[in-house]
Design a protein around this ligand. Structure first.
Ligand code: SF4
Ligand code: MG
Length: 313
């Protein structure tokens, strides 16, 4: 079967100059990502800030052109499609619903806009479909007449979700969709997303720096470090028995390590990775507490979903 979304060797390089007279440096924000997801799956993508998550999101949405590789949704190359066709295949939900909703449009109009832009429906049909989607996400017809500023943060994110789903896209890409919300509201939005995913069978990419959130929503998790997926595994497996030293460090930094799991508590310290200076060999080696000499010179092999020399047989 054709995967719902397929990503091949996706890369994005930027050239940035440090200061007026600095030499341009190459930033490899996304560096050779491969992925194939079946219909209805939910992949969580986790990593620290600066790991390339947001660039990856923009590439997947077709908002940025890749330096190499391609993204295919339902067998079609996104870059080959126009904006309208892309909108029917993949839709985003971003972190801050306040800045992503036009403050001068009423909620009903915000949700109706994608349908209007597609054309082909009467205004009565557009209104009915928009109100139905709003109701589905928990926004009443009365609230649909309000402006975004008159809603709470959680309600605004519900509106953003309705707008994303009103075209019935194949893929929903959520980039930190609950990070700007209070913890109690976060849970409501996550439950709503889970419910919609189940009912609509929509394939979801869920990008977050928050491991607890990803554990809650994803059936599979990819761990991103300096532009690459360094480990990918079913969620339950990844959280119970992380294999890559970086994943273990990430988990140890937010969770109390389970005694008896044999997982060393690896600290990450506060050295942030620098995407304009990707280390040779294994990109994690300067921070890796269990590195061996080969790690600084040889790129690690992919073994059972994780890229690490120590996992090689
Ligand atoms: Fe650490 Fe080496 Fe494995 Fe990289 S390849 S994660 S440096 S042990
Ligand atoms: Mg980001």
């Amino acid at each position: 079967m054709t995967p719902a979304i397929e990503i091949r060797n996706l890369s994005k390089r930027f050239h940035v100059k440090q200061g007026l007279f600095g030499k341009p440096r190459e930033v490899r924000a996304v560096d050779g990502i491969d992925l194939a997801l079946p219909e209805g799956a939910t992949l969580g993508i986790v990593g620290e800030s600066g790991c390339g998550k947001s660039t990856l999101a923009k590439l997947i949405l077709g908002l940025l052109a890749p330096s190499e590789g391609e993204v295919r949704v339902a067998g079609q190359s996104l870059m080959a499609l126009g904006r309208r066709e892309r909108a029917k295949l993949i839709q985003p939900v971003f972190q801050d619903p306040f800045s992503s909703l036009n403050p001068r449009r009423r909620v009903l109009d915000v949700v109706a806009m994608p349908l209007v832009a597609q054309g082909g429906l009467s205004s009565a049909e557009i209104r009915a479909q928009s109100l139905a989607m709003l109701e589905r996400v928990g926004i009443s017809a009365e609230m649909a007449g309000r402006y975004p500023a008159q809603l709470s943060g959680g309600q605004r994110q519900r509106v953003a979700i309705a707008r994303a789903l009103v075209l019935r896209p194949r893929i929903l890409l959520c980039d930190e969709p609950t990070s700007a919300l209070d913890v109690s509201v976060q849970a409501q939005i996550l439950n709503l997303l889970a419910e919609l995913r189940r009912d609509l069978g929509i394939t979801t990419l869920f990008i977050s720096h928050n491991l607890a959130v990803v554990e809650h929503v994803a059936d599979e998790v990819a761990v991103m470090y300096l532009g690459r997926f360094v480990e990918r595994a079913p969620a339950a497996e990844l959280f119970a028995a992380p294999r890559h030293p970086y994943t273990r460090a990430l988990l140890a930094s937010v969770l109390t390590p389970e005694p008896g799991l044999g997982v060393p508590d690896v600290g990450l310290g506060d050295t942030m990775p620098d995407p304009s200076n990707v280390p040779t060999g294994c990109r994690f080696h300067p921070r890796c507490p269990v590195a061996i000499p080969r790690c600084s010179t040889e790129a690690p092999p992919l073994v059972g979903g994780a890229e690490c020399h120590l996992l090689a047989p």
